[in-house]
Design a protein around this ligand. Structure first.
Ligand SMILES: NC(=O)c1ccc[n+]([C@@H]2O[C@H](COP(=O)([O-])OP(=O)(O)OC[C@H]3O[C@@H](n4cnc5c(N)ncnc54)[C@H](OP(=O)(O)O)[C@@H]3O)[C@@H](O)[C@H]2O)c1
Length: 281
């Protein structure tokens, strides 16, 4: 018996949050690499648009509705995915909810919804797909978490708590899956230019960004593109059998400064960070 099952030629993938941002980019990248892909999220028209793009490029794509806050929807998605492409070998858990809130004054129902989407629904989905992977001794589960695990953010308590929970779940799963042939990996992105935050009140966004700069996050105004995070996902999935990328931190590189780094400042206030989710570059 080989020490590791080699990657099969056909590796069907399920991608959550595939209607926009990182999930959409990951679905396109997987399809371009030959994976049959099932795209899940709530906005079916947006999923279908992404699937059309994949098919136009010669790839295989299917769409299935998914609301991670609804256990029935998760079960229906798992069933639909299996019927569309067979047993899933790659799961990319990219769906996420992020609404501004307050650790002190959060509406408990809103807090619970964030945890339901970002943690409980993910556990339900992954738990449904894992047994077949373990039986085949092969598969990849990729959790998109967030740099909030390293640096929690003011007025982002539900999101930070849910991503910390997801990180803890993924880390535990990694230990339990050791020696099973199935890899659980964490991709932990920094600030990324996606639709996340686009529905926030601009005044709240500005206030939060000021707070985040004050607390040492958002050190500069460059944002990752979703394709950059998708590239990290592909590295994880394409890592040779016998190799595991347990945690991949993906950070936007800081832009070059206006004055060369070797020149000392000549006085004045220096450059202010310009951006964040309200002033994307
Ligand atoms: N943007 C960032 O700065 C950043 C940084 C670190 C980590 N992340 C993480 O990256 C992942 C992708 O986010 P993104 O930046 O690409 O944001 P995005 O463009 O807003 O995408 C979020 C995705 O999640 C889906 N979604 C939201 N609620 C859902 C639910 N109840 N059930 C199923 N799907 C749901 C959305 O689809 P529907 O609305 O169609 O359901 C959408 O496809 C998230 O897990 C996020 O936490 C983002």
């Amino acid at each position: 018996m080989p020490r590791f099952v080699p990657h099969p030629d056909r590796r069907p993938a399920a991608v959550t949050g595939a209607s926009s941002g990182i999930g959409r980019a990951a679905a396109l990248a997987l399809a371009a690499a030959g994976h049959p892909v099932v795209l899940g999220a709530r906005r079916l028209a947006r999923l279908e648009e992404a699937a059309q793009e994949i098919r136009a490029g010669g790839g295989e794509a299917h769409v299935a509705p998914l609301d991670l806050a609804d256990p029935g929807s998760v079960a229906a998605f798992v069933k639909a995915a299996g019927e569309a492409v067979g047993e899933i070998d790659v799961v990319v858990s990219a769906a996420g909810r992020n609404q501004p809130d307050s650790a002190e004054h959060s509406d408990p129902d809103d807090f619970a919804t964030t945890v339901a989407v970002n943690l409980l629904g993910v556990q339900r989905l992954v738990g449904s797909l894992l047994p077949a992977m373990v039986r085949r001794a092969h598969g990849d589960v990729v959790f998109i978490t967030s740099e909030v695990v390293r640096l929690p953010r003011v007025r982002n308590s539900g999101y930070s708590a849910s991503k910390w929970g997801l990180h803890g779940y993924a880390r535990t799963l990694q230990m339990e899956l050791e020696g099973s042939g199935v890899r659980a990996s964490i991709v932990q992105p920094g600030q990324t230019l996606s639709e996340m935050g686009s529905d926030w009140d601009p005044g709240v966004t500005t206030e939060l960004l000021e707070q985040w700069v004050r607390w040492g996050v958002a050190r500069h105004d460059h944002f990752l593109r979703p394709q950059a995070v998708a590239a990290a996902v592909m590295s994880v999935v394409q890592a040779p059998a016998g190799t595991q990328f347990s945690l991949v931190e993906v950070e936007p590189q800081a832009p070059l400064p206006a004055r060369p780094r070797h020149q000392p400042p000549t006085g004045g206030g220096g450059e202010e960070p310009a951006g964040g989710w309200g002033g994307r570059t």
